[in-house]
Design a protein around this ligand. Structure first.
Ligand SMILES: NC(=O)c1ccc[n+]([C@@H]2O[C@H](COP(=O)([O-])OP(=O)(O)OC[C@H]3O[C@@H](n4cnc5c(N)ncnc54)[C@H](O)[C@@H]3O)[C@@H](O)[C@H]2O)c1
Length: 246
């Protein structure tokens, strides 16, 4: 039980990687806040694993503040924050992405890290807790068609390292996981709106270990970074990518 007596706030936990992380954390003994803009999805996951659900828009200051207050009311303290909620624009030529979509992708993927820091870092300083940001291989090895999304994940990697340095004197660790393509709610958009076996095989051929990532792969990496086994690890942005970024 690597997270016994620990409490965790996981954003975007109503689906995909976040759902996998929430389930793995509960298996390891954590009390988990399943936070998502999709309230029924958050409730479904929380019910399955005996966790607490919370509706949140991670791009909205008041909503993130309410989530932080809710977590403190439910658990009394926060040990772990997983910034996982994310969106993408369709895989398409960069000049075809409209301004509203650009703003939304940056708000959900990047501004959210500022907002959760503002409202949750003071709580993590009290517990010498830690943050895991879910970035992407898109930050390390960007490809055409996802340019603006790739930029948000580059920002997440740089923010992870900068926050790690700034929060180290408070004994708050900050790390990131960089997943390769996995099967989640975002997969079809990453593939340009069409998810079929031909496109998947083409993508898989670029992954040396020969398969896409699963929520369990990402959950196991997040668990390692969040637990005491990684006590001396901070500022690490860890590829979980079957060798894709080599
Ligand atoms: N799926 C992949 O191939 C892949 C690869 C690398 C990185 N990622 C990253 O993994 C993270 C999780 O995405 P996923 O792939 O599991 O997709 P997903 O769509 O299955 O899950 C994302 C969750 O975030 C929630 N969400 C969206 N906007 C929100 C908001 N404003 N406030 C709160 N919650 C919000 C959604 O409702 C959804 O439940 C994202 O940050 C994504 O960029 C995904």
């Amino acid at each position: 039980m690597r997270l016994r007596d620990k409490t965790a706030v996981i954003t975007g936990a109503g689906s995909g990687f976040g759902e996998g992380i929430a389930k793995r954390f509960v298996e390891e003994g954590a009390q988990v806040l399943v936070a998502d803009i999709n309230s029924p999805a958050a409730q479904r996951v929380a019910k399955e694993i005996n966790a607490v659900a919370c509706a949140v828009d991670v791009a909205n200051d008041k909503s993130v503040q309410a989530m932080a207050n809710f977590a403190i009311e439910a658990f009394g303290s926060i040990d772990i924050l997983v910034n996982n909620a994310g969106v993408t624009h369709l895989n398409q030529p960069m000049l075809d992405v409209d301004e509203a979509t650009f703003d939304q992708v940056y708000a959900v993927n990047v501004k959210s890290i500022y907002l959760t820091a503002k409202h949750i870092v003071p709580k993590l300083i009290e517990t010498a807790g830690n943050i895991v940001n879910i970035a992407s291989t898109a930050a390390i090895s960007p490809r055409a068609g996802l340019t603006w999304y790739n930029g948000t994940k580059g920002a997440v990697v740089t923010l992870t390292k900068s926050m790690a340095i700034e929060l180290a004197p408070h004994r708050v660790r900050v790390n990131a996981v960089n997943p390769v393509l996995g099967t989640t709610g975002l997969t079809a958009r990453f593939m340009g709106g069409i998810d079929n076996s031909i496109i998947r095989e083409k993508f898989i051929s670029t992954i040396p270990l020969g398969r896409m990532s699963t929520p369990l792969d990402i959950a196991n990496a997040t668990l390692f970074l969040a637990c005491h086994e990684a006590d001396l690890v901070t500022g690490l942005c860890m590829e979980i990518d079957g060798g894709r970024c080599i």
